[in-house]
Structure formats: C-alpha cells, structure tokens
Design a protein around this ligand. Sequence first.
Ligand code: AMP
Length: 117
Amino acid sequence: MNSETNCVFCRIDKSEIEAQFLHTDEFCFAINDINPVSPVHLLVIPKFHYRNFKEILDDDPKLVSHLFSLSDQLSKAHRVDQTGFRLVINQGGDAGQEIEHFHMHLLAGQQLDFPSA
Ligand code: AMP
C-alpha cells in the first residue's frame, strides 16, 4: 500500500489523524469534510496515494468505478439521492486542490449555487 508520510489522508487512513469514518473497506474510505461548505459534505478517498485523477484512472479504473458506487451508496445513506447532490474532483492549482491525494467531494443538503468545493 503506497502511503505518504506527510499526506493528511494517508495519515487519517493510518489513524494518525482523527476523522469521522462513514465507510471503510479494503480499497477506500469516506469521511466528513472538516470544513463543510454544505450540510452534507463528504470525502470519498482511495487508500492508495494517487496524487490525481490521471494517476488513478491510468492505474486502476475499476477503483474509480468503486468510488462512484460508494458515492451512490453514501447519497442514499444520507437521504440525498432524491433531492440531489454534486460530486466534485478538484484537480490542480486552478481548481484549488489543497490535498495532493485523489479524492471526491460529495456535496448536498441545500441548493448548490456555488461553483467550488
Ligand atoms: P481539495 O481542495 O479538493 O484538495 O479538498 C481538500 C478537502 O480536505 C478540503 O475540503 C478540506 O476541508 C478537507 N480536509 C482537510 N483536512 C481534513 C481533515 N483532517 N479531515 C477532514 N477533511 C479535511
């Protein structure tokens, strides 16, 4: 399992930083965002330290599919599958990616008028 010493998400996976786990399995986990921008703001995160979308897609497209399936399950668990939700991937500086470990944001629970996560 590739893991980076100073990566926040790798450290959460190793229980070195606390987080509220909503799901965990062999390949990924989901947590509440520490700084939510909507009533429901979850992060869906592969355990392997892929830095960005291209890396995960090139290496393991089935894992990308798994992350989307999990997002679907989480939207149902949070009862926002009917009201609507947004999945966001911030990639690179112009998108404001803060943590260089691939992740998806699941935003929901209000009208999502703003453009970023
Ligand atoms: P991004 O800008 O797409 O890289 O998003 C990174 C997200 O990680 C931000 O929404 C942060 O609020 C969130 N975040 C940073 N540190 C933590 C943490 N320790 N636990 C949960 N979420 C975090």
